[in-house]
Every structure is written in C-alpha cells, then in structure tokens.
Write a protein that binds this ligand. Structure first.
Ligand SMILES: [Zn+2]
Ligand SMILES: [Zn+2]
Length: 261
C-alpha cells in the first residue's frame, strides 16, 4: 500500500494571506485555509517528506506524523525549506538520523543557511536524542535506490531558481514542484502510467515563473496520470472553482487530504 497526505496546500503566503486575506477564495469553505507547501508520502515502505515548509511543526502535529526515514527537497525558496529545524524534533522522537536528499546546488544552499543541522556524524545529545540530518546529493536523471524505493530526480524548468522534480518507482508517483514547463527529457523518464501525480498551481492563469491550470491539464495528459492532485495554491485559487475547472481525474488539494492506493 502507498499513501500520500497533503500537509500544506498553499503557496508561499498561505491562505488567508497577510496582505490579501482570502482573496478570491470563499472564506466559508475550510478547504480554502492553507498552510505552506508540504507533502508526506509512504511508498515502498519508506516514509518521507517532500520539503519542509515554515509551517512544518503544525503540519506534523495536525497529521500525527512522528517518524520519518527521509526528506526530499525540491528547491530552496523559504516556503519549501525554512521549517527544516523542526526535523530535530523527529530526531528526538525516533532517536536516529534522517536522510536528506537534494541536488548539489540546493544542498549547497541548505548547507549555507542551515549548516548546523547537516552532519554525517551523529551528534548524540543524549542516548535518546541523536540530532542529525545526513545529507545526500544526487545527479539529475540518474536513478538511485533508497531502502527499496527507486528515485529518479529530474530538473524542472522556468521557475526563478533551480527546482527538482521526483519520479518514484519509474512513475508510480510523480511529484512536480514550482515550475513553468517540463522538458521532453523529463517526461521520457516516466516509464509507467502514474497512479498519482502531484503538481503546483499558484494561480489559475500562471505567470512568468509558474505554470497555469491549462499547463497542468496538458502535462497530466502527457503523463497519462490516473489521478492528479493540484497543490501550492495562492489566494487566487478557490477550491470549488479549481475543482469545477479540472478534468475528472484532477482535483485541488486541501490540508490534511489523504489518499491510498
Ligand atoms: Zn513555492
Ligand atoms: Zn518556489
């Protein structure tokens, strides 16, 4: 059995946002209340996070997540990274290091900003508290195995910083983070019909650095994804409106949304 939980379905400002409140979202629909971007997966028995948003503490509390094997990073924008310090509480609970994966560029930035967390040496603070995130860098398009999970990282295009997408088990799950377009090369790495495709929207029309809903529909068709979850939505994305504008196999995420297959 595999599982996904959407921990946070919002874009960088969250919803409501400090500047724009609920914007175009219906404030009476609880599905429009969104923490910043984060996803939890269990695939091939491996429990992992995709990114650590600044809301990570609340996300882990809300969804009763206490143990993790790994974290995969998509990019170093604050809404995807800056909750990394909360992982030390997971270290404390599980008394073991957490394996952290990123591209060489992204790991370099993580090291600059949060070097005190990254170590190959386990810091035994007391026998029950081993504080350590063990860093691993990968090469794009070079599949690797982690505890029986096959991971193929791929470079996404057109965002304003480098972004890594992830293909798990040859395409069983495809996780796309902030992007403007996806290369044919990336698409060719998906070897089977995805059971699940997770994609970020931000705003329905898209912008210079973000794809819009039409682009998401296009790529979901290209990948022949069975089921698609749209996440990373800003105040312009009302839950019901996005749902009504999406094909049957696509649906907007909400915080705490969970699927098993
Ligand atoms: Zn983002
Ligand atoms: Zn971003």
């Amino acid at each position: 059995m595999s599982k996904v939980v959407i921990l946070g379905s919002g874009a960088a400002p969250g919803v409501p946002a400090l500047a724009n409140g609920f914007g175009d979202c219906d404030s009476h629909n609880p599905k429009n209340v969104r923490l910043r971007s984060g996803t939890y997966y269990e695939i091939s028995g491996v429990k992992f996070l995709m990114d650590t948003s600044p809301d990570l503490r609340m996300q882990l509390l809300n969804n009763n997540i206490r143990c993790l094997d790994a974290v995969f990073y998509t990019h170093v924008h604050a809404d995807h990274l800056h909750g990394i310090d909360d992982l030390r509480e997971i270290n404390r609970i599980c008394a073991k290091p957490i394996d952290v994966f990123a591209s060489p560029f992204n790991m370099g930035v993580i090291h600059q900003r949060f070097g005190y967390l990254l170590t190959d040496e386990q810091q035994v603070i007391n026998p029950k508290y081993i504080a350590a995130l063990s860093p691993h860098v990968f090469e794009y398009e070079k599949p690797f195995e982690f505890k029986g999970l096959k991971v193929t990282p791929t470079l996404l295009e057109g965002h304003n910083v480098e972004v890594s997408g992830y293909i798990f088990n040859d395409g069983e799950v495809v996780h796309i983070a902030d992007f403007h377009h996806i290369s044919d090369r990336s698409l060719s790495l998906i070897k089977k019909r995805p059971e699940l495709l997770v994609m970020p929207l931000t705003t329905p029309k898209g912008s210079k650095f973000h794809a819009g809903l039409d682009d998401l529909i296009y790529y979901a068709k290209e990948m022949k994804a069975k089921r698609v979850i749209i996440t990373h939505m800003a105040v312009e994305c009302d839950y019901e409106k996005i749902k009504n504008s999406s094909p049957d196999n696509m649906e907007p995420a909400y915080d705490g949304m969970s699927l098993e297959w």
